[in-house]
Design a binder for this molecule. Sequence first.
Ligand code: COA
Length: 331
Amino acid sequence: MKAAITGTGRYFPEREETNAYFYEELGLDTSEDWIVERTGIRTRRLAGPGETCSTMAVAAARRCLQDAGRSVDDVDAIVVATVTPDQPLPSVACHVQAALGARCWAFDLVAACSGFVYGLNVVAGMVESGRAKCVLFIGADHMSSILDFRDRNTSIIFGDAAGAVLVEAVDDDHPGTVHRSTLHADGTGAKHLQIPAGGGAMPLTPQLLDEGLHFVKQEGRVVFRHAVSGIISVVREHLASEGITVDDIDLFVPHQANVRIIHAAMDRLKVPRDKTVITIDRYANTTAASIPTALDIAREEGRVRCGDRVLFATFGAGFTWGAQTVTWGLD
Ligand code: COA
């Protein structure tokens, strides 16, 4: 029994904010040139009133099920990768399950910007082992809910979105396959990218709220350096473990954290730029949603065909990082 992706879907909020929002409306000490040159971002979507991680996830999930020609009754598990749940308890996946009217089991998984690659490995394992036949897997993040819009170091780089894939058990002669992931974590990097307060270690107090310690904090330069070297080394390790080379990859869908991270890694790996999907200019870094939304966009643009080998690679908080290939099984 093997697992394959049998449908995709995405959702971006309607509200769009260009870079000018930060220096004109919010009055931050930043500029169009700085943001475009240092990150590649020109605009992003931010959740509007009433939109949350689960509402975005539900919208992406509906499109995914429709794409796969499946009904919610076919789904026997829902998994959501996210770091921005609607509330600490219960999971986003349970809210999605209720909104879709599904009756299956449902849970969230936390691996920050690596959530999609980590989760796809977990979900494919559930399917390969026979514990689930059809899993709705969603990467969704409402990053604007954890951003300090007074902080130019973090507020400009993120956006909100959800991307979904359906992962199903298929026969061996099916053209699609989710291959094994190559995954890593190094928890000593936790301090470089984190939300310090709001958990059991530092419960929220009025003072911590005033200090903004419930928002994302990062040492951008440290994260940048680790992201480039982590992606390069994990892609090399992954290709070697699969017994393939960069030339065997038809499409590369990296996590969209910074266009300079993507280009630095791709150039060192000698992945041609025309095989690389870039969406960060339009949507910024949408954390767990960045790879599934970029994949769905690439499909719509006709960049992925049945039989293609597609490579995902990512790096995020934790630190966590990983690479994964899938053989594409859809037309
Ligand atoms: N506008 C203008 N100046 C800014 C700025 C902004 N939005 N953000 C930071 N700066 C300033 C810094 O304060 C610093 O000023 P200083 O030299 O006077 O101290 C200067 O620009 C350079 O800062 P630095 O952090 O070295 O910039 P950078 O080129 O590394 O770019 C990031 C900053 C955050 C864009 C970049 O480090 C990055 O993308 N890191 C990865 C972050 C990431 O992906 N996180 C998500 C998880 S994957």
